[in-house]
Ligand binder design. Structure first.
Ligand code: SF4
Length: 148
């Protein structure tokens, strides 16, 4: 999990794209595909933090170096056990598509009748479990402790 990188949303989409060396449409596509959740101002403009930029760099390493496709990354994020991380109830799980499906991350589902309905996914520990290249693995290690 990230510790020192700022999560304060400060960069406009054009600045973020320039800092990352990618195009604005590519950044928008990552959002549409559910891989990132930029901060949305009331004007609907997007802002990005240093933590967002690091998350995107990690994604791009997986896409370009790891030869993974967007679909594979989305499915990988879909298996994050959000129910164990936020410890939701049996009733929440029954009413949650993220608990039963494997095609997209929990934050891409439309939660109408469970604990996630009013939660801010951008601030959630689940979304932030994958905030840089090592954090997802660290989260799994934390959830599955070694046998004594
Ligand atoms: S608040 Fe959002 S990111 Fe967190 S568990 Fe619920 S749907 Fe997933």
């Amino acid at each position: 999990m990230q510790t020192n990188i700022s999560t304060k949303p400060v960069y406009t989409i054009s600045t973020a794209a320039r800092l990352l060396g990618i195009s604005i449409p590519t950044l928008r596509m990552y959002e549409t595909e559910g891989l990132i959740i930029p901060f949305k101002k009331s004007s609907k403009h997007r802002l990005f933090s240093d933590a967002d930029l690091e998350r995107i760099r990690c994604l791009r390493r997986a896409l370009n170096g790891g030869k993974m496709g967007l679909e594979s990354i989305r499915r990988m994020l879909a298996i994050i056990p959000c129910w164990a991380i936020i410890e939701c109830t049996e009733k929440d799980r029954k009413n949650c598509e993220a608990f039963t499906s494997y095609d997209k991350p929990c934050w891409m589902h439309n939660h109408k009748d469970n604990v996630c309905r009013d939660r801010d996914c951008r601030e959630c520990e689940v979304y932030n479990s994958f905030s840089d290249c090592s954090s997802l693995k660290e989260k799994f290690k934390e959830l599955v402790p070694p046998k004594k």
